[in-house]
Write a protein that binds this ligand. Structure first.
Ligand code: ATP
Length: 339
């Protein structure tokens, strides 16, 4: 894999879940590319398949009940379907995960230092239990892990890292906890950072600082980033390019600024109109609900909620490429070229 190759390529992915009620056809025709040094956004309302996509990349989606029905996911130059489980485990070292709720992700019974040391030693031992158990008791290993923990906390601009190592998560503010998690996410050898709504639990000013920090880290460490959010304003702040997902399909993608300036897909337009308006206007919302994946609409999954639907929408529209690096999957936009 050359350095210019994308870190992640998702190509025409379809993913099902076998459930007691039947087969849920969740992801259809999903596409995405993430390159080193860029943060890409994945936006869409709740239940659109954002987390299922992220979990698949993280290698934590249980298979079964999940199954790749068709298409391909390539990470670090390799098709994930062809990887041996051991290769898959090793690939996880290259992925940093930043969760939504920093309090739930940290164990309240252990200090920051204990949790960071555990993780650093686990990573240093190649994620093998026997080596971890042996090294966790070795003084020299613990001392070097402590140095590494301090170095990682410094990377996220924590002022007194040695002191913070001795604190319990409840003794830290929400923003500090999220910084600790960011530091922990860097403890392996990350090349890809997946952040799942990491600022939702934070207040607005801390949110802004955390977003700036994530941007700064991704640039400094040369990481590829996938940033999941339902907030288009946050996507505008942080993501160079954005993929909009509806009902398990990629309906639109492109450079974030252009996409938000002139959204082409009726769903993106509705999503934008549904954002709270600081000018005092009420957001309009999108009538209807995300599809039932046990019996999704046969064609375009947004059609039942779309004001522009026509007979063509009974077939699933393919994503069409437009100038400026944009794609739109919509029959009503078949001839139009967004500005
Ligand atoms: N483990 C699972 N077993 C069965 N179905 C699942 C499983 N995980 C996800 N799904 C299905 O995938 C759909 C999409 O879920 P997903 O969590 O990916 O949505 P999301 O866009 O991330 O929503 P949110 O923003 O609320 O997290 C769910 O509605 C559910 O039908």
């Amino acid at each position: 894999m050359s350095t210019s190759d994308p870190v992640v390529v998702i190509d025409h992915l379809a993913l099902d879940f076998q459930t007691p009620d039947g087969l849920e056809r969740v992801l259809r025709d999903v596409h995405m590319e993430i390159h080193a040094g860029e943060i890409v956004g994945l936006v869409g309302e709740s239940g659109c398949g954002k987390s299922a996509t992220a979990k698949l990349l993280l290698g934590v989606l249980p298979m079964p009940p999940a199954r790749i029905a068709s298409g391909r996911v390539t990470m670090f130059g390799k098709d994930i379907a062809t990887l041996h489980w051991r290769e898959r485990e090793l690939a996880k070292r290259y992925i940093a995960y930043v969760p939504q709720d920093p309090m739930a992700a940290l164990n309240p019974s252990f200090t920051v230092g204990e949790q960071m040391l555990d993780l650093i030693i686990w990573e240093a031992c190649g994620r093998t239990l026997a080596a971890y158990a042996w090294n966790r008791r070795r003084r020299a290993r613990v001392a070097s892990a402590r140095d590494r923990a301090i170095e990682l906390l410094e990377k996220v601009y924590i002022a007194d890292p040695a002191e913070v190592l001795g604190r319990y998560p409840v003794q830290l503010s929400g923003g500090m906890r999220q910084r600790v998690l960011l530091a922990m996410a860097l403890s392996g050898k990350p090349r890809l950072m997946i952040a799942d709504e990491p600022t939702t639990a934070l207040d607005v000013t801390v949110q802004k600082r955390t977003i700036d920090l994530i941007k700064d880290l991704a640039a400094r460490e040369g990481l590829a980033g996938l940033y999941i959010t339902h907030d288009l304003g946050v996507a505008r702040e942080i993501c160079a390019r954005t993929y909009v997902m509806y009902g398990g399909t990629t309906v639109e993608s492109g450079p974030t600024a252009a996409l938000l300036e002139a959204p082409a897909h009726p769903y993106t337009q509705g999503l934008l109109a549904a954002q709270p308006d600081l000018g005092g206007g009420m957001p309009s919302g999108i009538p209807g609900q995300v599809p039932d994946y046990l019996a999704p609409p046969p064609g375009c999954r947004f059609a039942p909620r779309c004001g522009e639907r026509s007979a063509s929408c009974e077939a699933l529209p393919a994503a069409r490429a437009y100038p400026g690096g944009r794609t739109v999957a919509c029959w009503a936009r078949a001839e139009e070229v967004p500005a």
